[in-house]
Write a protein that binds this ligand. Structure first.
Ligand code: HPA
Length: 250
């Protein structure tokens, strides 16, 4: 992972990744920002030789639902701590046929279906209106580092996918998933946005490391259960952690 010299890499852990085992913890910093408090204290540590700041997106313990995460505070707190490269780890549902449970995926595009979430830093008392370019929502080099680390670690990983960001906290209907599929979405999750765009607004590199934890609604012959999600997390999260660790070594 190409971090700016000596700058810590930010890792935002989602469902199934509330703490990062293997992280040598150097300190924990409660912080606050002009946008309010992040979901949890920032955990400062090292993965190999890379300094890392870990943030649990849903709090620790896991208690903040996707639509109530203060994404602005999370990204701002990481920025204020010197982070310029962020890896967002996201549990997702699989839509494309190769996106079965426990699959690891590094998406290259997204479609935003979320609503009502504060999703920009550029509002309020502005000197000028700002429209950032968001053609490529995920950092190319950062994606290559994750894909390369997955290959080195022997973790099967899809190197492109369109992430559909839905509002939650409920899961989708089968018809909604068919619509997402027609739109070109390969995976679906509730936390990919506005995290990605907020990082972009601050000029940070942002990548998503997805773990498929269930077939999306209507994509299997059964309804979605927490038991199935927990099983996929159990199966797949060790691969995600290996990719994180190995990508730091690059
Ligand atoms: N839909 C939306 N978000 C998700 C899913 C899903 O099926 N699985 C994990 N996060």
């Amino acid at each position: 992972m190409t971090a700016e010299l000596n700058a810590p890499v930010g890792i935002i852990g989602g469902t199934g990744l509330t703490t990062l085992s293997g992280l040598e913890i150097l300190g924990e910093h409660p912080s606050t920002t002009v946008w309010g408090e992040p979901s949890a204290p920032l955990v400062e540590g090292r993965l190999g030789s890379q300094s890392v700041i870990f943030l649990s997106r849903h709090g620790n313990p896991h208690r903040i639902p996707p639509h109530q995460v203060n994404y602005r505070a999370n990204i701002q707190a990481l920025y204020d701590a010197g982070v310029r490269t962020v890896i967002g780890v996201n549990a997702v549902g699989g839509i494309r046929e190769d996106m079965g449970p426990a699959r690891v995926v590094v998406p290259d595009q997204l479609i935003d279906y979320t609503w009502g979430r504060p999703s920009t830093f550029f509002e309020g008392d502005l000197e000028a209106v700002t429209h950032i370019d968001f053609t490529w929502p995920y950092d190319h080099e950062g994606r290559q580092a994750l894909i390369h680390a997955a290959a080195e670690a022997g973790v099967p990983c899809s190197d492109s996918a369109v992430y559909g960001a839905t509002q939650g906290p409920r899961l989708e209907t089968a018809a909604e998933i068919r619509r997402l599929e027609r739109d070109g979405c390969d995976i679906v999750g509730m936390t990919g946005m506005p995290e990605a765009v907020l990082a972009a607004e601050l000029g940070m590199r942002y990548v998503c490391l997805g773990l498929v934890v269930n077939w999306a609604a209507g994509k299997s012959d059964h309804i979605i259960t927490m038991a199935e999600i927990e099983e996929a997390i159990e199966q797949g999260m060790s691969g995600v952690k290996r990719i994180l660790t190995d990508s730091m070594a690059e």
